[in-house]
Design a protein around this ligand. Sequence first.
Ligand SMILES: C[S@@+](CC[C@H](N)C(=O)[O-])C[C@H]1O[C@@H](n2cnc3c(N)ncnc32)[C@H](O)[C@@H]1O
Length: 279
Amino acid sequence: MNTEDQIKEMVRQKYSEIALQDKEANASSCCGAGGCSTEVYNIMSEEYDTLDGYNPEADLGLGCGLPTQFAKIKKGDVVIDLGSGAGNDCFVSRAETGETGKVIGIDFTPAMIDKARVNAEKLGFHNVEFRQGDIEKMPVTANLANVIVSNCVLNLVPNKKAVFQEIHRVLKPGGHFSISDIVLTGNLPDKIKSAAEMYAGCVASAINKEEYLGYIHEAGFNEITIQKDKPIIVPNDILKNYLNDEEIAIYQSNPTIIRSITVYAEKKQSCCDPKSGCC
Ligand SMILES: C[S@@+](CC[C@H](N)C(=O)[O-])C[C@H]1O[C@@H](n2cnc3c(N)ncnc32)[C@H](O)[C@@H]1O
């Protein structure tokens, strides 16, 4: 992998292909139009279909957690979903904000934005909006959101530190986020790290869990809590696309280093806010 812009272009192309092919093709293909990345996702995605607001057309099987489960969304909240894809978590969030709230999905892949807008239109939602943009520099004014959610996206972004600083900027004082993502607790084999398919599949670009949490601290968040932490077990039939038998054996001796976490944190109340009690 080379420059950050080239990485982003590769990610955008992969997700464009995934947006443009149908869900059945996504689920059944490895190295088809959706690429191996799709197969990697199938080992990560969670069951969504029991959640209020679930829309099967928005669920492309690309998540790795259930961020809304810990997002404490209230009626009337403004919620932003980072890397919203076809809108899966936006529609689940909309079920919680109701008519009086607002949900904004941000994604940098035009085909995903188109798909999400079609889904919102079919549902007749006027308070769910999709904006095309890079979450390293969000197309959103400061202090706007009560809640930010994101599902399996930040790992794809070269500058994760910038994303957490942006999250801090766009959250209202006292607002919070709930983010599901992939992190590591050990070293990935180099051949996996350099595979574009594994990058787009949210594995090769994941960083160490401590470094990830460090960026959240540095951005100024409080009450940082890991709500969920589970291993992602990559089966041998995926590993064999990248590693030889000996390398697979070494990898499988410590198979739990890839983790799906859901992390929650709060932006401090402003000192000028009487509710914070510090004025
Ligand atoms: C793994 S998919 C997850 C989609 C959605 N969250 C879901 O669970 O269905 C990652 C999404 O993040 C978007 N994405 C990746 N990097 C991004 C960036 N820097 N800014 C905005 N969107 C990005 C991709 O276009 C893609 O739609």
